[in-house]
Design a protein around this ligand. Structure first.
Ligand code: SAM
Length: 286
């Protein structure tokens, strides 16, 4: 059987859910009035969802600004502008000076288009800031560049964004509570994982840490949505590198826990958990 192809954010965002979309989307409701993604990251999930309208939040202002830029601007204008930046800085797999000059200029003006081009050439395509909010990912020498695959993803992502009635906002996830949602609304949460570390939640990147308090507050907000009859799904990891998220495990017993296979077959959580490094889950209240 042919695997369904999904639209992919051209940013290669860390923690992006593209690889497991085929496993999580079958658990999503069929008819969605308002789709809400309060930790949207690279928006790899929302972009593949059919709904009447969409809200997407993230606390990373530069990321939201960039995705919203792709939403607000004409596709051909963006493609032409990217080519102009690549040519102006003479960017290539080997021109470190050109990359560093673009990075300096971006840090002075914070132009979202510059950020997009930087991510094409940065080490592992990472978006990383220091505590002064300067983009500081090093050059991805010999490995990262604006190639055909990124251009293909960029075009499809822009076209899909233009076809969605979506509102992006720089906001804490708690904003969800203030939205006017109905019984066909659906909230998908993909927060930083309490027991793992991404460059967005190691507490060193200017965008805050994800601590026990945050975990508990998020789970409590999901309980409140449940009490209001609003459907939600939460992505997370239950076990990682020998650590278990006990708070999540206890809380999840009232809901439905679906196990996601990553690089192994985890047909039975309890017998396999110890043997494997990461146990990824999708928790739903329906
Ligand atoms: C696992 S990533 C989401 C990845 C996304 N699902 C994708 O497929 O591209 C988690 C995101 O949560 C954001 N974040 C962290 N704390 C937040 C908060 N309090 N409110 C909203 N977003 C937050 C981070 O900036 C990061 O982009």
């Amino acid at each position: 059987m042919m695997k369904k192809s999904f639209i992919k954010c051209p940013l290669n965002y860390i923690g992006g859910k593209t690889k497991i979309l085929d496993q999580i989307l079958p658990f999503f409701p069929e008819n969605i009035s308002t789709f809400v993604e309060p930790f949207c990251g690279g928006y790899n999930v929302g972009i593949n969802i059919k709904a009447k309208k969409y809200f997407a939040f993230d606390i990373n202002a530069y990321l939201i600004e960039l995705i919203d830029y792709l939403k607000q601007h004409d596709r051909d204008f963006i493609l032409k502008s990217v080519d102009e930046v690549v040519s102006k800085y003479d960017l290539s797999l080997t021109n470190r000076d050109g990359y560093n000059k673009l990075r300096d200029d971006y840090n002075n003006v914070k132009n979202p288009l510059y950020l997009f081009v930087l991510t094409c050439y940065s080490f592992n395509h990472q978006i990383r800031y220091n505590n002064s909010f300067d983009f500081n990912t090093p050059f991805g020498k010999d490995r990262s560049c604006y190639n055909e695959s990124i251009r293909f993803n960029l075009i499809n992502f822009i076209d899909a964004l233009h076809n969605q009635d979506v509102k992006f906002e720089v906001s804490d996830y708690k904003k969800v509570s203030s939205l006017d949602l109905d019984g066909e609304s659906f909230v998908y949460c993909d927060p930083p994982y309490f027991i793992t570390t991404g460059s967005y939640n190691d507490g060193k990147r200017g965008f805050g840490d994800w601590k026990e308090k945050d975990e508990i507050e998020l789970l409590s907000l999901l309980d409140q949505l449940n009490n209001k009859g609003i459907k939600f799904a939460l992505s997370n990891v239950m076990v990682h590198n020998g650590l278990k998220n006990n708070i999540l495990e206890k809380w999840s017993s009232k809901y439905n826990v679906h196990f996601i296979s990553t690089n192994y077959n985890n047909s039975n959580y309890h017998s396999k958990a110890k043997e494997h490094e990461t146990l990824e889950v999708l928790i739903t209240n329906y």
